[in-house]
Unconditional design. Structure first.
Length: 371
């Protein structure tokens, strides 16, 4: 008979976590809400207001997603109880039991983790902007490395990543880039990346092969939608047009299709602020202006959100400078290999994997530490 990989206490503890999850998720309340939303969706004239109808369907799918995930977990729990009974009767189903327990443990941990993303903005899409610090080509090359890392992460996690703004560096790398990341809980996950990222390596641009330190700031904001009202005085917004670079056809390069919006105004705390958003992804100036306006409102909304947050470290995170002592994470390529998050202490020597987008352990460690 095969060996069981889990003790009775471990199995019982796992099953108790499943019961606890049902309460934490308010499973019964969600089922009731699903019924209410489905009833509204069946009413005549439901689609007369397309925006409101779409919002309701998003809420319905969101509630169904939570219920479905717990139902899948509960099914595995029932299988485990059944396998335990069969095993007690003398039939060897140890391999099946081991497999089911391992699978249940992973699903419970994933759902427990997702349950921590309970802030109002966590389920929204995200805007991620990368800006290199001082250091010219070195920092710009580091910014492009981070850009690649986040695009790979989004792709690996089935998020839809769209480049809204991308300014190539003079020699290598990028001067800045903004990525729109769409998907369930995109902002909830990516908010862990907000801050300064530090790189230590032997510079490929230094003929003397000296070690260099570079910094880049990553700013993550929730993408505003119809649920959020951000009223900006149009008189406070300056629009600049420019020739977009990169892909998009001949029209992009011949006509000033790129749009940059600059809002200069006063926040709710009385502080004057200057916020810039630009987009060059779309073929027409009108489309780019609409995208840039969403970005602008998202960034102003994020500033207002930070004002209301009680935790000082969250407020200060938006004020970090690209310099020593302010980084949230260090990536060391020389004289040894290590990526370390200074907020949680989580680290790994597998630098290559991290740069290929494997940053989930860092994200989870940060969110767990704040839970």
């Amino acid at each position: 008979m095969a060996e069981l990989n889990y003790t009775s206490d471990q199995i019982n503890e796992l099953l108790q976590r499943v019961d606890a999850l049902r309460r934490y998720l308010d499973y019964d309340g969600r089922k009731e809400r699903i019924g209410e939303l489905e009833y509204k969706a069946q009413q005549p004239g439901f689609w007369d207001d397309a925006d409101q109808a779409q919002k309701l369907m998003q809420d319905l799918n969101h509630e169904k997603s939570w219920v479905q995930q717990w139902d899948e977990i509960d099914e595995k729990r029932q299988n485990i109880l059944l396998f335990q009974e069969i095993l007690a009767e003398g039939d060897d189903v140890t391999d099946d039991l081991n497999s089911e327990i391992t699978s249940l443990k992973e699903q419970v941990e994933d759902l427990e983790f997702k349950n921590m993303l309970d802030e109002a903005d966590d389920r929204r899409d995200a805007l991620l902007t990368i800006n290199p610090g001082a250091g010219g080509t070195e920092s710009q090359d580091w910014a492009e490395m981070l850009y690649r890392m986040y695009v790979r992460w989004a792709d690996d996690n089935d998020f839809d990543a769209t480049v809204l703004e991308y300014q190539p560096g003079d020699v290598a790398g990028i001067k800045s880039a903004t990525i729109e990341v769409k998907g369930s809980f995109a902002y909830g996950y990516l908010k862990a990346e907000n801050g300064v990222h530090r790189l230590v390596r032997i510079s490929p641009f230094d003929s003397n092969a000296r070690r260099h330190t570079s910094f880049c700031s990553v700013f993550v904001t929730p993408l505003v939608d119809d649920e959020i009202e951000v009223d900006l005085n149009q008189d406070d917004i300056e629009m600049q047009r420019f020739h977009a670079g990169g892909k998009g056809g001949q029209n992009v390069n011949k006509v000033e299709t790129g749009v940059r919006l600059i809002w200069t105004g006063t926040l709710s705390n009385g502080k004057e602020e200057r916020v810039v958003a630009e987009c060059q992804q779309e073929r027409s100036q009108l489309q780019n202006r609409e995208k840039a306006m969403v970005m602008l409102k998202s960034r102003v909304y994020d500033l207002e959100k930070k004002i209301k947050e009680e935790e000082k470290d969250k407020i200060e995170s938006s004020k970090m400078k690209n310099e020593w002592g302010s980084q949230i994470r260090s990536y060391v390529f020389h004289p040894y290999n290590m990526v370390k998050d200074h907020r949680t202490g989580h680290e790994t020597s597998n630098v290559e994997s991290v740069m290929d987008g494997d940053i989930d352990p860092f994200i989870k460690a940060y969110l767990m530490s704040n839970a």
